[in-house]
Design a binder for this molecule. Structure first.
Ligand SMILES: [Zn+2]
Length: 214
């Protein structure tokens, strides 16, 4: 797999520090699982973070710190393991970070385009979905009003900034104007993190909004 497009270093640093929301973190984790180059960067950021932590002077903890930490761990939902049979696109396995995330059924949202929901913790206004588009499909011309981070799982699309094939990461924000075209040949499947109320003004959001009742 030749990967040409990666997350920015700023994004990888935030991912390594654990400060991304669950939706964005899942799309970045998917790319990182496919990209040895970015795995190296993430390890380097984690190392720097560990060194900084080691050099931070210790602070006094509350008397009930242990009980509070254990209680917090107890509130974290266990991963869902009974969804494994749906973790495939056709005959292909999905990247490991998607394991445990419930996947909704494929739904048509336009000519040649389907989407399915990908379950992440509903802690903020960013959600994750998979998008599947037929070869040759021209997606509507659109600007971004919020973030729209995409990791290609199979197939490829092109827009003004180049070709995006399997593993490639497209980190778009409000400054980006897109006119993606799905390459001839294979169906294109992407994992997308969309920023909630703001991004729902985009073409994709308008298509999906009635279906997910946001
Ligand atoms: Zn990468």
């Amino acid at each position: 797999m030749t990967i040409a497009h990666h997350p920015t270093l700023e994004t990888l640093a935030a991912f390594a520090a654990g400060t991304l929301d669950d939706a964005r973190a899942l799309v970045v984790a998917t790319h990182v699982s496919l990209c040895s180059h970015c795995r190296g960067d993430v390890r380097a950021f984690e190392h720097v973070g560990g060194v900084l932590l080691d050099r931070t002077p210790p602070a006094a903890m509350r008397d009930d710190a242990l009980e509070r930490a254990l209680a917090a761990i107890g509130t974290v939902a266990p991963p869902v393991h009974d969804r494994a049979p749906s973790l495939t696109i056709g005959d292909k396995s999905l990247p490991a970070p998607l394991a445990g995330h419930p996947l909704g059924p494929w739904r048509w949202i336009g000519r040649g385009v389907q989407w399915r929901s990908v379950g992440v913790s509903p802690v903020d206004d960013t959600r994750v979905l998979m998008l599947k588009a037929a070869p040759g499909t021209r997606l509507p011309h659109h600007r971004h009003n919020g973030i729209e981070w995409t990791c290609v799982l199979e197939g490829a699309f092109r827009h003004d900034l180049g070709r995006y094939g399997p593993g490639d990461f497209d980190e778009a924000d409000e400054s980006v104007e897109h006119k993606p075209v799905i390459e001839d040949g294979d169906t294109c499947v992407c994992l997308v993190a969309l920023q909630g109320g703001i991004a729902l003004q985009s073409w994709l959001g308008r298509l999906i909004q009635p279906l997910v009742r946001i």
